[in-house]
Design a protein around this ligand. Structure first.
Ligand code: ZN
Length: 102
């Protein structure tokens, strides 16, 4: 994923609308590209700031910083990843168990 593609995904990312594959590519690029990270922080602050102002003051209380938002997306991906390996591990254990039983 290049910078243009990544920057197109800023808004869907902020809205949690990225597909898992897109999210992976997006976060991967963000880790490596300082320019996009800086651009993202500007975007994020602008968009969430505008929404914060539009909302009722009580509702917008859970403000998340751009870095926290990135971090939580990374945690989410990591959990999905771990979960996948857990499933594979359980399957393997079952297979080994069956082989031993036979
Ligand atoms: Zn970039």
């Amino acid at each position: 994923m290049n910078c243009r593609e990544t920057q197109k995904l800023f808004i869907p990312f902020i809205d949690d609308q990225l597909e898992l594959k897109e999210l992976e590519g997006f976060l991967h690029h963000m880790e490596e590209c300082k320019e996009c990270r800086e651009e993202y922080e500007v975007y994020y602050t602008l968009i969430t700031g505008m929404r914060y102002l539009e909302e009722d003051s009580g509702k917008g209380s859970n403000w998340v910083t751009p870095a926290e938002k990135l971090q939580s997306a990374q945690d989410y991906l990591f959990r999905r990843y771990v979960h996948r390996w857990e499933k594979i591990a359980v399957l393997l254990i079952i297979c080994i168990g069956i082989i031993f039983l036979l």
